[in-house]
Design a protein around this ligand. Sequence first.
Ligand SMILES: [Zn+2]
Length: 331
Amino acid sequence: MYEMLKKLNGVVSPTGQEEAGSKVVAEMIAPFVDEVRIDPIGNVIAHKKGNGKRVMFAAHIDCVGLMVTYIEDGGFIRFAPLGGPRPDTMNGARVQFFDGTIGIVCKDDAFTGSVTYDKLFIDIGAKDGDEVKQKLRIGDYATFDSPLYQLGQSRLVGPYMDDRLGIVTLIKAVSELKNCPNDLWFAFTVLEEVSSAGAKTAATQIDAEYGVAVDVIFCSDVPDAKKDGPRDIQLGKGPAIKYMDRLTISSPKVNRLLEAAAERKGIALQREAHNIGGSDSQEMQRALGGMYATTLSIPLRYMHTPAEMCEISDLEDTAAMLREFMETEIK
Ligand SMILES: [Zn+2]
């Protein structure tokens, strides 16, 4: 999974501009499925044929990023966020534009108040606005250009664990399948960070009976985090089954199937219930006649910053329980 994450880390694929990401993900899953295609909105749809129930898995390709809104005469670039990168963590971040241009997110040194997007700008080392305009225009986009690396014995850090962890755990699971009693569909979706529009169109095409979105969840195991909620999630304690978030109440039926798969493999689970956020499962529940859908969440610290952190054992456990779930016929 580390090699796949490394490869994806070099891909500039912010929400709404996922073409490069879709291409790489389609290539990654192709050896392990019967069919793979990219739909008009940019979702990668992959099919692993089986005779049983139609089951859809989703993980989103898009990630948070920036879009150029204005180029100052002095050579500084104003931007709008794509999705929700956290402005308080962006000062000093290195970014890469779609054409390879590198820049740094900056603010006025004298400004010490709370950092909002309008206090930030990007410096690409240009002497003036004309030099910037030779390379970039309004509407061009960038993502964090931060390395992916191991930290300590068992943790990985990188800018886009959300939701590349979902992508690589699903691909690992399908790559190791020994049998396929259910009819499996994989949607690597676009636009999750802003609307889950990709999940909606993918779910409509696939029309499955069961659905699992694999995404990430904030941790509460850092200093000053409220331990009494809205969540109680820790790194290294296993994937979390989602029971509720702001936009969905998960299907008890699918949750029971996931819990049973984890129990058969001896994998510890965490429980996630709160009233913030959402995931692709909200659109999966609503598509066509609806499907029994839930979210399996991988614990993540420092979400939507250039340095998101996860625990390797959580990835391994997530992939192993997904494989067990896939290999068990749904009656
Ligand atoms: Zn996500």
